[in-house]
Structure formats: C-alpha cells, structure tokens
Design a protein around this ligand. Structure first.
Ligand code: TRP
Length: 364
C-alpha cells in the first residue's frame, strides 16, 4: 500500500461553527493544511449524517451547509490545498456503508459510547432512527473511502474512530489488505478538547445559548465574555480565586499566547503569572475578562472579515463545494472499486470469472 498521508475530517451542518469547533479542530486543520506535510486533505460537510437525527428538518441542514462552508473558508481552509465537499454528493459512501454493515454487530453499535450517550441525551431510547444508530458505520465509510491516515477531531469522536479502525481490521482480515487504518489526531491541549460554554456548562451548544460563534460581531463577543461564568466564590477582588471550572481561564488556556500579554496586559509575562495572582487574591474578574476579550477579538477579527468577503459571493462558495465534491467522488469511486474486487463482487471487471465458470460446466 502507498504511504501517502491523507486527512479526512468534517462537521455536521446543524449550525454555524463556534469557537469550540475552532480550537477543537478547525485551527489544527488549517495548521496541518499549511504545514505541507499531507498529500491530500478532505474536509467534509456531513449533511447525510446530520439528517440521521434531523430527518424532519431538511431545511435546517440545507441552510447550514453554506454556513459551515463559509466558516471553513473564513478560518483559512484553502480550496487550492484542501478538498471541501458535501457528504450526500458522494453515493459511494452509501455503498461502502452497506457492505461494512455486514462486519458490525448490533451489540457493538450499542456499546459505542457516543451512540449510547446521544441516545440518552436525545431521549431516543428504542425509537432511535436506524440511520442514527448506524452512523458510526457510515463514518467508517467516510474515513476509509479517502484512505485517510489521519483524522483530526475532538475527543468526543474517539469512539467513532476506534470503531472505524475495527471495521478496517475486520475487512482486511476477511477480504485481504485493502483499507487503511486511520489514526485519530486530538487537540494537544486539554482546554481545546472540551471548551465549555460561556455559562460554564460542559458543552458549548446552540440549544443552551452559550456559544461564541466565529461570525459574532465584536460587541456580541464582548457582551458574552463580560457575562461569562468564573469562580462563584470569588466575590471581592482581594479574595483568592479558583481556576478549576473557571471558564475564563479555560478559554485563556485555549486561546492566549505570551505575545498577547505583551500587547494587552504587560504586567504579566504569561498565563502562569496571571493564574498565580488570581489564586493568591487581588485580581478581579473584570480585568481577566477584559484581557480575554482582547485575545478573542484579535483572534476572531480576521476570521470574521474573511467570512464577510466570502458572503459577498455565495455562488463561488457553492462552486468550491461542487468542484470539491467531484474530486472527492473520484477518490471514493477508486476505493469502492478496490473494495468490490476484494469482496469478489466485481463480476464484469473480472475476465477470469466467465472463463472459470465456463470451464466448470464444460467439465461436468
Ligand atoms: N461526527 C462528526 C461530528 O459530529 C462529523 C463527521 C462525519 C466526521 N463523518 C466524519 C468527522 C468522518 C471525522 C471523520 O462532527
């Protein structure tokens, strides 16, 4: 097998992307893209997966495809270096999913922690749609169709990648070496793996209204930062403050660099010094929040500005997705053809098949 380095990753288009997506995956993708270390990079808008639990809401998924594409371009994904495409436009992914289904048991799907949690969270119980239940298999198809070696995602996707790896091993064992076993690439910093909501809630989510979006305007960002959850026991400035569960510090862990101190808070050399002062007492929340606001404004401004430029030419954005989908389909078709040969269901490409069957009947 070739030793190309290939990335595949993506997002469900159920809303605009927020800063949790940014530090959890998007920022890393852009760095990997620009590192030049990868031969091929595929970034997928997983509309078909979004439909597995939004079947009655196709308009929401449809509208958010372009929102996510705008966020991708705004964050710095470059169509000249990365193939941006829409999952539903690649029918080969459905075919692969169908064959992989034969290699996975119901019990194994039920044990997938992501599926298990989502069932509890969404109150689906036994009424969970079959498509939703089996989406780990379809995600294995997404990854293997592109022969991805590397899947940069958040920690929540770990069980999906593990299940994909199992499917690859099983397939290769049964049908011979065909598929590539992917590696997960997690964010290197803990704060980035699980950025909490502005209210301190463990997850940033649209339904909780605790997100800062990549497209938010400066005044909106500021308002959200200034009302962020900190340490509820840190009442007076003199009081010692806690860092654990303190969202403002978690965000600083995810976003701030030493240069930000030189620019906005030169009394401190780095985040460790700021944290030490906070824990000692004598440092007020407002000062820390103002600093975080500066850091976020600096980070998000270029993204928002690029987004506005692309918003002026939506036709171009769809053109990027169309071209990307064509290229992605060509790649997936190649893999599917190899899969079908390995599975011996390539009847019409196999010249020896007719000869062998002919011979069998001649000998009788
Ligand atoms: N499940 C991912 C999410 O919730 C989206 C996704 C679909 C994906 N297929 C993928 C991510 C394949 C990585 C690889 O955002």
């Amino acid at each position: 097998m070739s030793n190309s380095k290939i990335i595949l990753t993506g997002d469900r288009p159920t809303g605009r992307l927020h800063i949790g997506h940014y530090v959890g995956s998007l920022r890393r993708r852009v760095e990997l893209q620009n590192s030049g270390a990868f031969d091929e990079i595929y970034i997928m808008i997983a509309d078909a997966q979004a439909l597995t639990d939004n079947a009655e809401n196709p308009e929401k998924v449809r509208e958010n495809v372009v929102e996510v594409a705008l966020d991708y371009l705004a964050a710095g994904l470059d169509p000249a270096k990365s193939t941006l495409f829409i999952q539903s436009q690649i029918p080969e992914l459905c075919e692969l999913t169908f064959y992989y289904m034969d290699l996975v048991t119901v019990a194994r799907l039920q044990r997938n922690p992501t599926v298990k949690n989502e069932i509890i969270m969404r109150n689906f119980e036994a009424s969970i749609p079959v498509g939703f239940f089996t989406y780990p298999i379809s995600q294995a198809a997404d990854i293997t169709a592109f022969k991805a070696t590397t899947v940069p995602v958040g920690e929540d996707q770990e069980p999906m990648i593990e299940q994909a790896r199992e499917i690859v091993r099983k397939f290769n064992f049964v049908y011979g070496d065909t598929l590539v076993e992917p590696e997960i690439l997690l964010p290197d910093n803990e704060a980035c793996q699980r950025l909490p909501g502005t209210d301190g809630h463990a997850k940033m989510s649209k339904s909780l209204g605790n997100c800062i979006y990549l497209a938010d305007e400066p005044d909106v960002i500021k308002k959200k930062v200034m009302s962020m959850f900190t340490d509820p026991d840190h009442i007076r400035v003199e009081d010692p403050g806690k860092l654990e569960g303190n969202t403002v510090f978690t965000y600083l862990d995810a976003f701030c660099r030493d240069e930000h101190f030189a620019a906005y808070l030169p009394d401190y050399a780095n985040l460790d010094e700021l944290k030490a002062h906070y824990q000692r007492g004598g440092l007020g929340d407002v000062k820390v929040k103002k600093f975080l606001n500066n850091v976020l404004q600096e980070t998000l401004e270029p993204i928002r500005n690029r987004r506005k430029e692309y918003q002026k030419d939506i036709a171009y954005v769809y053109e990027v997705l169309k071209k990307g989908s064509e290229a992605a389909q060509a790649k997936a078709a190649q893999t599917l053809s190899e899969v079908k040969s390995a599975m011996r269901i390539n009847y019409f490409d196999d010249a020896e098949l007719i000869a062998a069957q002919t011979k069998k009947y001649q000998e009788q």
